[in-house]
Design a protein around this ligand. Sequence first.
Ligand SMILES: Cc1cc2nc3c(=O)[nH]c(=O)nc-3n(C[C@H](O)[C@H](O)[C@H](O)COP(=O)(O)OP(=O)(O)OC[C@H]3O[C@@H](n4cnc5c(N)ncnc54)[C@H](O)[C@@H]3O)c2cc1C
Length: 486
Amino acid sequence: MTAPDVNLQALEARLAQDLAWLELPAKSWVPPQYIDDKRVRDVVIVGAGMAGLVASGMLKRLGVDNQQVLDRAPSGLEGPWATYARMRTLRSPKQLTGPAMGLPALTFRAYFEARFGCEAWEKLDRAPRLVWMDYLIWYRKVLSLPVENEVEVQAIDPRPDGLLALKVARNDGVETVFARHVVLANGRDGLGGPFVPSIADAIDRKFWAHTADEINFEALQNKRVAVIGAGASSMDNAAVALETGCARLDLFIRRNDIPRVNKFTGIGSQGVIHGFAGLPDEWKWRFLDHTIRAQTPPPRPSTLRVSQHANAHFHLGSPILKLEEKGGDVVLTTPKGAYDVDFIIFGTGFQVDLLARPELSAVARYIRLWRDRFAAPEDMPNPELENSPDLGGSFEFLEKVPGSCPALHQIHCFNFPATLSQGKLSGDIPAISEGADRLARGIVRSLFVADRERHYAALIAFDTPELLGDEWTDADAAVGAPHAAA
Ligand SMILES: Cc1cc2nc3c(=O)[nH]c(=O)nc-3n(C[C@H](O)[C@H](O)[C@H](O)COP(=O)(O)OP(=O)(O)OC[C@H]3O[C@@H](n4cnc5c(N)ncnc54)[C@H](O)[C@@H]3O)c2cc1C
């Protein structure tokens, strides 16, 4: 057995002890429900990335253990970290406790130190991307979370009895899973997909990719590659293309400057985490509109990773005006010139497009977005915010027309687009435990209220005495008691 294994085992033993001292997880308490002898899941979580794992952990901690976490990705390949993320390290500071749910032995630092030692921690700048993925794999193992991989949730259909029927596809066939609540922890693109400007329609699909695609960078060796955008993913993709040996890399940036200040992260505090959801709508809008307009800068190491290459060219003030195919190349036109390129990578982010998600097709048209209820201030139009889902206090969808689809209240949107309603609690690392806590408490409350008759019946039926009746005597019961009233 190697030293890191021993240290990890010691950490796992400590975590088990901590949980035992805290009496966690709490005892199971949700009364079972069945449909045709099949157990109804209290909660099904779609997605076993960071958000799905911590949501599962929080629910388990609160005694909701009849749950399933389903992910279509193979085990260890959930989320972006070991798939399309191309940065060397995370952007986040290494100290963030992220999904640790307040448990010291569950932090990334505890994990890292057990594997690599305290000295390595001191020397570490940011979490290496794949070590972060290893941590998430370890996290799910030590909490014994009920994750099933290579299982895709293809549809979520409300039933007349108030339950949700999920069409779940495995390698060996399709099954229906019944659930009382569904948590969508399905990622950055969970309510839509990658955003690519329509200008890309002018060229064949073989000429471009989005940063979230699988990209064969070897095939780009000795080619002229254009990257659109100056966000973190644009920079990381540009860097990989350069490192893999592209002939020339042109980075086209719409603005005249690259954003330099990370606004919302900069004001991060417990106040923002717990207070944002309490803001009046206009103020939520104001905060996020300002943040979105300012944009998030790419990390400095990622930018340097690109600019150190002599064949990397930054073009500022260069929105794409036209794309056209010409003699097997693509000609890309900006206000500053026309460029022949062989391949384009769009780092243009993600968008909400409910109809793009098959799993939401039965409910999409009933889901209330902010634009359905809130008139954007005239000086702050913002399509991204307008398309955000308008959520309730435990991340649940609400209906565009009250009464049209009550089951929406049992579908919880625990992904990035929830930010306008709930604050930044459901996408990034910093406050994911607080988000999961809010989510899990809301689900617990809903389950308890829904089962009130059964809990009340349990109250009536409960008759285990604490006192046996032999602990005292009734002073007045004895005949001829000296102090009895005459
Ligand atoms: C490249 C990149 C770098 C990032 N770096 C940082 C960083 O440094 N710091 C930070 O705080 N945040 C970062 N983020 C943001 C955020 O932390 C990540 O996006 C993180 O992965 C979010 O976790 P998640 O669980 O919400 O989504 P994901 O990790 O994407 O997990 C979603 C899971 O849902 C599964 N899924 C989706 N639909 C279905 C379905 N129908 N059925 C079954 N499974 C389904 C997917 O397979 C996926 O595994 C980064 C994001 C990206 C894209």
